[in-house]
Design a protein around this ligand. Structure first.
Ligand code: PAF
Length: 283
């Protein structure tokens, strides 16, 4: 396995591989790798000879300093895990902050045609400018043929597709299904920080999403939202931040359901001080 900490050496290495006709896949991560990440990497190997995995906790996408400080950093364990799935054709890029941001740790300001206004955009100030900045930078350094993103961050996935379209970045963005623990909790690096009691309470999030999906056939979005809110009021360890049913394409909250459109339910919940998000396709 090749591990790079420096973008110039990485770019040179990838350029040589591409010159030999290898297709390059890219899986951006913030580390603390779990099976969800591994499923993205496996998807990458179906379409490419080489997969680059970046491990970088991007400071500009955190709206709360405390969350950035506490974010798990487990580079050695991550490398062991990656070696266990494919030692030879994986390239790891684990840069220090200066390799990405040089002297200014700042986001660029983006417009994503309104996809950025609701949900994560509304509740995490500056988050998508930070995500746009790092993903654009990484795509420019790595120049992959394909890049893989999980649907757990569905709004992020749509925003990255828009980023690539608006900035004419020559890469295909591939969305991959949410990977769940056996009890339904969506896999996330943040799950590691849950207390035992919060971890036990957290599968309620997906359970509620599944019932919301069942209700979607017959009930209005307003009715379902009120039901979800009432359910969380009875959960002492979970605090609902938002539950929104939105149009899959525009991500605008649904006002009047249309049979011609597809919808998804999006949820953010605090389990103690850990913020968890999830979503589900409704039709
Ligand atoms: O989804 C994530 O882990 C991050 O937002 C990403 C895409 C790696 C950018 O830092």
């Amino acid at each position: 396995m090749n591990i790079f900490y420096d973008k110039t050496a990485l770019s040179k290495h990838i350029k040589a591989l591409k010159a030999k006709g290898n297709s390059v896949g890219f899986v951006p991560t913030m580390g603390a790798l779990h099976n969800g990440h591994l499923s993205l990497i496996k998807e990458g190997f179906k379409q490419n000879e080489v997969v680059v995995v970046s491990i970088f906790v991007n400071p500009t996408q955190f709206d709360k300093k405390e969350d950035l400080v506490k974010y798990p950093r487990t580079l050695n364990a991550d490398i062991v895990l990656l070696k266990s799935i494919a030692d030879t054709n994986i390239i790891v890029y684990a840069p220090p902050v200066e390799d990405i941001y040089e002297s200014k740790v700042e986001s660029q300001s983006f417009s994503f045609d309104g996809l950025e206004y609701e949900m994560e955009g509304a509740f995490r100030d500056g988050h998508f400018d930070g995500v746009g900045t790092i993903v654009k930078r990484l795509l420019e350094i790595i120049k992959p043929d394909y890049a893989y993103f999980g649907e757990k961050d569905f709004q992020q996935l749509q925003i990255i597709k828009k980023l690539v379209e608006l900035h004419h970045i020559p890469v295909e963005i591939v969305g991959c299904p949410i990977h769940r623990a056996e009890d339904g909790l969506a896999m996330s690096s943040r799950n590691e920080r849950l207390t035992k009691a919060h971890r036990e309470a957290a599968p309620f999030i997906y359970k509620t999403l599944k019932t919301a999906k069942e209700k979607f056939g017959t009930k209005s979005a307003k009715n379902i939202s009120e039901w979800v809110e009432s359910q969380f009021k009875e959960q002492p360890l979970l605090e609902l931040e938002y539950f929104i049913i939105a149009d899959t394409k525009t991500l605008n909250p649904v006002k009047q359901k249309s049979t011609k459109k597809t919808y998804r339910a999006f949820i953010a919940v605090y389990a103690g001080d850990i913020r968890l998000i999830d979503n589900i396709a409704l039709n």
